[in-house]
Design a protein around this ligand. Structure first.
Ligand code: ZN
Length: 451
């Protein structure tokens, strides 16, 4: 194994507790120095590991059985609590734990936790076996969905389930209108894509005229089951029941965030030999509350992406710096052009203050308003106060609805004769003429001007 397979936040804790655990230290000794040829020669405290001896390895002072982290005794209770965080049943809890953790008798201890959980016992469902429906299995995630509305604690929720990954989304509805339902669906489809088919019950908001229009506009097929509680929507009904039960249990278990419970629900493998809804949907492990298995499958791809991102960052910085160093500081009273608003032409202005913030200046517009701008939004200086110009300042149509810092005209506005007459809407040209016809050559420094 080339890299450490669990998330770093739990790593330190596990290392510390493994070091302090005599049994684990003995186990490490056997792994490093070799196991005796017969089980009877093994010290009694670690005998139970003998059968898996070939699968055991050590990484950074921690013991692994294959990809599963061996949990020292002192952390087992904490792990059991996390495994049963959302009060799922025994099989679900074991499936979740088996992906990442190991200790002898772990399965039995999980059974015990669930059997003895007061909250789970309170809401234990009756042994009513439902007939299993063999629905056609879609070819991939988020192709075929089922939706339904359910009520909990006076609120209505929309449940969406993907028939392939069993990935579930639950969203609170603003109200019961088709419009609210469509709004939730749109936001989900924006995240995960538009399905091919969506099943719902007839005669509800879920197959109203608005919904049909939405399906036509977004190009998916809306199918309805023939009657309420019909077989075709059985999977939705089952998941609603599970999630409502989970919510009820969490209400009895204060301090637990239902979002974390949903996260772990989606992180739980859907069956033996099958991955979790999250992993099937997103093709990677999603970090939850238990130590996380690294995404070995995508390591190479992620490394390549990272290299490209770093490369792009360096190129962007190089490009930015190349352009940025051309901007020379401007001085008070310099005449400049300023971009008041994005996508609007520049207007003439005069620098009135060099601000404390780096590269920031206050400039006064011809109407007297003062605004603050970064150096990169100031173009010029066109010329400074000692330049002579005989143009009249009477034709600059300033709009005054910009976000100004001081709106009263300052007393020391430049004498109009020094202003260049630029018709509103015009950008500075290389050569400009004053009203009297005298040509103003573009100063040398403007040759570097990049808009
Ligand atoms: Zn429970």
């Amino acid at each position: 194994m080339e890299s450490f397979p669990i998330s770093l936040d739990k790593k330190d804790q596990f290392i510390k507790e493994t070091e302090a655990d005599e049994e684990m230290q003995l186990l490490i000794k056997y792994i490093q120095e070799g196991w005796p040829t017969t089980k009877s020669q093994v010290a009694s405290t670690v005998k139970q590991y003998y059968n898996y001896s070939k699968e055991l390895s050590i990484i950074d002072g921690l013991v692994f059985k294959g990809n599963r982290l061996v949990v020292p005794k002192s952390l087992r209770k904490e792990m059991l609590n996390l495994i049963h965080f959302n009060h799922l049943g025994k099989e679900k809890c074991k499936n979740r734990a088996r992906e990442i953790l190991f200790w002898p008798l772990m399965n039995k201890e999980i059974d015990d936790v669930v059997d003895n959980c007061a909250i789970c016992n309170k809401y234990r469902k009756g042994n009513v076996k439902e007939t299993l429906i063999n629905r056609e299995v879609p070819d991939g995630p988020w192709e075929t969905l089922g939706v339904d509305i359910f009520y909990y604690q006076g609120f209505s929720f929309l449940l969406i389930i993907d028939y392939f990954s069993k990935y579930v989304e639950v969203a609170k509805l603003r109200d019961m209108s088709s419009c609210s339902v469509i709004s939730v669906l749109k936001s989900q489809f924006a995240r995960h894509g538009v399905p091919y088919v969506m099943y719902s019950d007839p005669g509800t908001q879920l197959n109203s005229a608005e919904m049909s229009k939405f399906a036509a506009d977004w190009n998916f097929t809306l199918k309805t089951s023939s009657t309420k509680y019909s077989q075709s929507n059985g999977m939705v009904e089952r998941h609603i029941a599970t999630i409502k039960r989970m919510f009820k249990k969490l209400d009895d278990d204060p301090g637990k965030d239902p979002n974390l419970a949903m996260l772990e629900y989606r992180n739980t493998p859907i069956g033996e030999g099958l991955k979790s809804p999250n992993e099937i949907m997103f093709g990677r492990k999603i970090r939850g509350i238990l130590p996380n298995n690294k995404n070995f499958e995508r390591e190479k791809e992620n490394r390549e992406i990272k290299e490209k991102l770093i490369d792009r960052q360096l190129r962007q910085k190089e490009y930015y710096d190349r352009n940025a160093h051309n901007l020379k500081p401007v001085n008070i009273n310099n005449k400049v052009y300023v971009k008041k608003e994005l996508n609007k032409p520049m207007v003439p202005a005069r620098v009135t203050k060099i601000c404390d913030r780096p590269r920031s200046y206050e400039v006064q517009l011809p109407n007297g308003n003062v605004i603050e701008r970064n150096r990169r939004h100031l173009h010029g200086p066109v010329y400074s106060d000692d330049c002579n110009s005989d143009s009249a300042h009477d034709n600059v149509n300033e709009h005054t609805n910009e976000n100004v810092r001081a709106s009263s005209p300052a007393k020391n506005v430049n004498t109009p004769t020094r202003d260049v007459n630029i018709p509103t809407g015009a950008s500075p040209k290389v050569n400009m003429r004053t009203r009297s016809g005298r040509e103003i050559r573009k100063p040398e420094y403007l040759k570097d001007y990049v808009q």
